[in-house]
Design a protein around this ligand. Sequence first.
Ligand code: HEC
Length: 409
Amino acid sequence: MNDYAVLWDWLSFGVRWTHVITAIAWIGSSFYFVALDLGLRQRPGLPKGAFGEEWQVHGGGFYHIQKYLVAPEQMPEHLTWFKWESYATWMSGFALLAIVYYAGADLFLIDRNVLDVSAPVAILISLACLAGGWLVYDLLCRWLIGKADTGLMIVLYVILVFMAWGLTHLFTGRAAFLHLGAITATIMSANVFMVIIPNQKIVVADLIAGRKPDPKYGKIAKQRSLHNNYLTLPVLFLMLSNHYPLAFGTEFNWIIASLVFMMGVLIRHYFNTRHAGKGNPTWTWLATAVLFVIIIWLSTVPKVLTDEPKISSAEQALVASTHFPAARDTVLSRCSMCHAAEPVYEGIHQAPKGVKLDTDEAIASHGREIYLQAGRSHAMPPGNVTEITPQERQLLVTWFEDAGKKTQQ
Ligand code: HEC
């Protein structure tokens, strides 16, 4: 048995689980504080230095929160920091990126028809994109701080569109979307790690030393936290997009990604306006719906293939295997009615999850997934509708493991 593939799959699931949990904690607290901030009320008689307050009811009790802009007079005895939610989300996210896209670079990261590079080169490009995104963003924010908030956001948007286009010319569509999300999420997390928390630490140090803290630190932190707020929803879309080939695998995927950022900003604008008690801009929902329809339409434009597909050495080993003809017959008779460019199975209108198993190359390039979905587990065919036999499953296992041994030799 290929213990390695099984263990690896569980590692991937475990890290993904962790990543979702930490992201819920981060985004949850971030949404909470944005809403809290916008809902603060002023009244006469607030303590010195307090900017506003809010009453809330939750979980069987009342909460009375006051916000001190810049800082309170003295350092409070107990102070809760919110930072590990963000750091843990980034670290688990990076681990997942490495497990899925770096370890599986040939399958998920590199599209040889887009950019024919080796796995190490592709991984270096990926790391450079993550670091480069942050450096460019951070420089722009420093230059334009306090000058034009909206102008800055427009500049950032143009850069995002350019990145979306660029990434689809470096990686597979799936990896391009994931990287756009990962670059944005790295910016968000670095905002917390490199700007927001260090600035707060300066203020705390001033308080302890009895100095009056400079309000500029709070202002800078606020700008970054506003950006984080607007970036959250698009990042979630991009992180989930790898399950939806129509989003990432079509001709105009980079335009789709660009429109998703607009949708995210519009929806946040609605909630931010409401929480601030400044009205009810329902037009944002209409605009979002229009954008969504445009996205759906764009996703129907098929991808134009320019080159002959190129296949990797692992894939060549799978095709060259003596078990390949039998494995192919099994896949063609048990899977291809659904997993084809034009499925014939009733109710299936396109290859599920974009997995097409109708040519030798396609079967080889999905060898590992076939092995896990139909060989080692019984996830496929769903409900065994096409009645694959235990012998055929065994055959798929032998085919994959055998070819794996050959490439390792
Ligand atoms: C009746 C139609 C049907 C048949 C037959 C079928 N599949 Fe699928 N397959 C699906 C559907 C639907 C999904 C999407 C499941 C989901 O949304 O989680 C899927 C998903 C997959 C995936 C992607 C899993 C993922 O989560 O990324 C793989 C790989 C796969 N099938 C392989 C196979 C193999 C191998 C066979 C033959 C042994 C097979 N399928 C037979 C319908 C089918």
